[in-house]
Design a protein around this ligand. Structure first.
Ligand code: NAD
Length: 257
């Protein structure tokens, strides 16, 4: 029987890449995230091309009721949720004294609290089947900090703690819980912050790419969406059954420094 994957924030970037890769393994996919009708239809078509059945749920990850309804609808549609990928995330770059309070709240809600809400909804079904995979897309910023990203770094460090705690709680239930910590991946999330970083730091956009983003990565290269997706497929496989409560870095050497 096909496994079912719920991937939050999967209409774009890394989430869409993971959805495509899991669909190619035969999994049913619940896509989630924002976009125009055309963008969402294109995402559904791209994921369905992998072979799995696909639905889109527009739940807003800042709204616990919508998250609960999405998880219930996933189980109703496909009978089970076997793989949960907490990927939805946003960024905001500003020094802490000027960091807007509503941006702090929004980032903590989307990048951290939404995973609490999806996990608590997914676990009863996974425990009943004695099988489940929870993959939290953290970041190199779950391990180290950068200036001007207080909410993001706090949320990503938080999700590392959530990963370890839940892993221990379900260690004997056949459910693994892990984090992936990517370095810079050239997705819309990163493309949008290049002009903001240029403004905050008073440098050109080219300097942001070479002196800020890729400076952090010894390989001097961006990580690709496909590389992160392949890692998620591995963590969701039987071969990864004894990997739990930990993180895998995919950051071009960033956090080795
Ligand atoms: P992206 O902007 O391309 O995609 C973000 C997705 O989240 C989109 O589908 C968007 O619609 C969705 N989303 C945003 N707000 C939402 C909300 N309130 N409710 C539901 N969905 C919402 O970003 P990305 O770069 O693919 O990032 C995905 C994840 O990977 C994030 O958690 C991010 O922190 C993490 N990450 C990204 C990088 C990178 O360099 N791009 C590095 C490390 C970690």
């Amino acid at each position: 029987m096909a496994r079912t994957a719920v991937i939050t924030g999967s209409t774009s970037g890394i989430g869409l890449g993971i959805a495509r890769a899991l669909s190619a393994t035969g999994a049913n996919v619940v896509l989630n995230g924002f976009g125009s009708r055309e963008e969402i239809d294109a995402a559904i078509a791209a994921v369905a091309a992998g072979g799995g059945k696909v639905i889109h749920n527009p739940a807003d990850m800042t709204k616990p009721d919508e998250i609960a309804a999405m998880m219930a609808s996933a189980a109703e549609t496909f009978g089970t949720v076997d793989i949960l990928v907490n990927n939805a995330g946003i960024q905001y770059v500003e020094k802490i004294e000027d960091f807007p309070v509503e941006k702090w709240d929004q980032i903590i809600a989307i990048n951290l609290s939404s995973a609490f809400h999806t996990i608590r909804a997914a676990l009863p079904g996974m425990k009943a089947k004695k099988n489940g995979r929870i993959i939290n897309i953290a970041s190199a910023h779950g391990l180290v900090a950068s200036p001007f990203k207080s909410a993001y770094v706090a949320a990503k460090h938080g999700i590392m703690g959530l990963t370890k705690t839940v892993a221990l709680e379900v260690a004997e239930a056949g459910v693994t819980v892990n984090a992936i910590c990517p370095g810079y991946v050239l997705t819309p999330l990163v493309e949008r912050q290049i002009p903001d970083q240029a403004k905050t730091r008073g440098i050109t956009e080219e300097q942001v790419v070479s002196d800020v983003l890729l400076k952090a990565q010894p390989t001097k290269d961006f990580v690709t969406v496909e590389q992160v997706a392949a890692l998620a497929v591995f963590l969701a496989s039987d071969a990864a059954a004894q990997i739990t409560g930990t993180h895998v870095s995919i950051d071009g050497g960033w956090t080795a420094q």
